[in-house]
Design a protein. Structure first.
Length: 308
C-alpha cells in the first residue's frame, strides 16, 4: 500500500495497543533532526511510533521534504512508523496529506457543532478509506496554544461520553481524540500540574469499548528540562504538564495514542542553548543541532517508557 513496508496506517497498531493496555507515542516534528531523534528512540525501545506534522509544519518544511525524509526514515527503521497529519482543520489539508504519502490524518472539526463535526469528518473518512488511510477525529475541545491550534480556556469543554459512540459509528473513524483535562502548550496549569478527569475517560470507555482513544496536549513538561533551558538563557515561566502517573492511569482506561510536542521542543532547546553557551566560537550548526537531536532522542525514550 505504501512505498515502504515500515510505513503503516495507525489503525492496526492502535487497536493492538488497546489490547495490550499500552499506548503508541505520537511526536510532532519540524525538522530533520527531530525526525531522526524520534525514530532512533523508537528503534532503541523496539516500539512503533507516530511521526506527526501539523499544517504549520507542512507550511514550514514543505510536504515534499516531509515525504522524502520520512520515507528515508522508514527505510532505515526497524520498527513500524506512521506519518500522521496533526490537527487538520478541513478536508483540503487532509486530502493534501493523503495525496502526498501520509499514512494517517486527523480531521479536527471539534470547534463545530456535533452534526457539522460529523459531516466534515465523514467526508475525510470517505476519501481516506480509498487509500487505506486511518483517520483520527476530535470530540470536545482542548485549551491552550500550539502551532495553529489556539483555544481560550473558557472555550474548552470535555468530551461528552454519551456522544462518543454515536460519533464513532456515524463517521467511521479509526481513533477518537478526547478532551479530559489536557491542554496544548507549555502552560498546562496556572499553579501546578493539571489533573486529568479519569472518571470522564472511564465513562467514555464504557460507551466505546476497546475503540482507540487519543490524548492530545500530553507533554509532561518536566521541571529538570525547563530548568536547563532557563539556566542557559530561556525565560519559560509557569510551565506545568501532565504527570506520568496520570498518563499511566489514562492508558489503563483506553488511551492508545499519546501526543507529545512541547517536551521535545524544551529538550531540544535546552541542549542547543547549553552547547552555544559553552562553545561560543562554534559556527558549525551540525554541532549544536546534533546536541539538540541527542537530547530530543532521550526525551522521546523517557516518554515512551511511560507509555509501554
Amino acid at each position: 500500500m505504501f512505498a515502504n513496508k515500515n510505513l503503516v496506517s495507525a489503525g492496526d497498531i492502535l487497536h493492538n495497543a488497546v489490547k495490550k493496555k499500552v499506548a503508541i507515542g505520537a511526536f510532532n516534528f519540524t525538522n530533520m533532526e527531530i525526525i531522526q531523534a524520534i525514530v532512533a528512540g523508537a528503534n532503541e525501545l523496539k516500539t512503533p511510533v507516530i511521526l506527526q506534522a501539523s499544517a504549520s509544519a507542512i507550511n514550514y518544511m514543505g510536504v515534499g521534504y516531509i515525504k522524502a525524509m520520512v520515507s528515508v526514515a522508514a527505510e532505515q527503521s526497524d520498527v513500524p512508523l506512521v506519518l500522521h497529519l496533526d490537527h487538520g482543520k478541513d478536508f483540503d489539508i487532509c486530502k493534501k496529506a493523503i495525496d502526498n504519502g501520509f499514512s494517517s490524518v486527523m480531521i479536527d472539526a471539534s470547534s463545530l457543532d456535533f452534526e457539522e463535526n460529523i459531516a466534515v469528518t465523514k467526508e475525510v473518512v470517505e476519501y481516506a478509506k480509498k487509500y487505506g488511510i486511518s483517520v483520527e477525529a476530535e470530540l470536545g475541545t482542548l485549551a491552550g496554544v500550539e502551532d495553529d491550534v489556539s483555544v481560550a480556556e473558557g472555550k474548552a469543554f470535555y468530551t461528552d461520553p454519551n456522544q462518543a459512540q454515536e460519533f464513532i459509528e456515524r463517521t467511521g473513524i479509526s481513533s477518537l481524540a478526547v478532551a479530559i483535562g489536557t491542554s496544548h502548550g507549555v502552560n498546562k496549569g496556572k499553579t501546578g500540574n493539571p489533573k486529568l478527569s479519569i472518571e470522564t475517560l472511564r465513562k467514555i470507555k464504557e460507551k466505546v469499548g476497546d475503540f482507540p482513544l487519543v490524548l492530545h496536549g500530553a507533554s509532561s513538561v518536566y521541571a529538570d528540562a525547563v530548568e536547563k533551558c532557563n539556566t542557559y538563557g530561556s525565560d519559560i515561566q509557569n510551565a506545568y504538564g501532565i504527570t506520568d502517573n496520570d498518563i499511566t492511569e489514562a492508558i489503563k482506561n483506553g488511551i492508545a495514542k499519546v501526543n507529545v510536542d512541547t517536551d521535545i521542543r524544551i529538550a531540544f532547546l535546552g541542549a542547543v542553548r547549553e552547547h552555544l553557551e559553552n562553545n561560543k566560537a562554534n559556527i558549525d550548526m551540525r554541532k549544536y543541532l546534533g546536541a539538540g537531536r541527542d537530547m530530543a532522542k532521550e526525551m522521546v525514550k523517557r516518554r515512551l517508557k511511560t507509555f509501554l
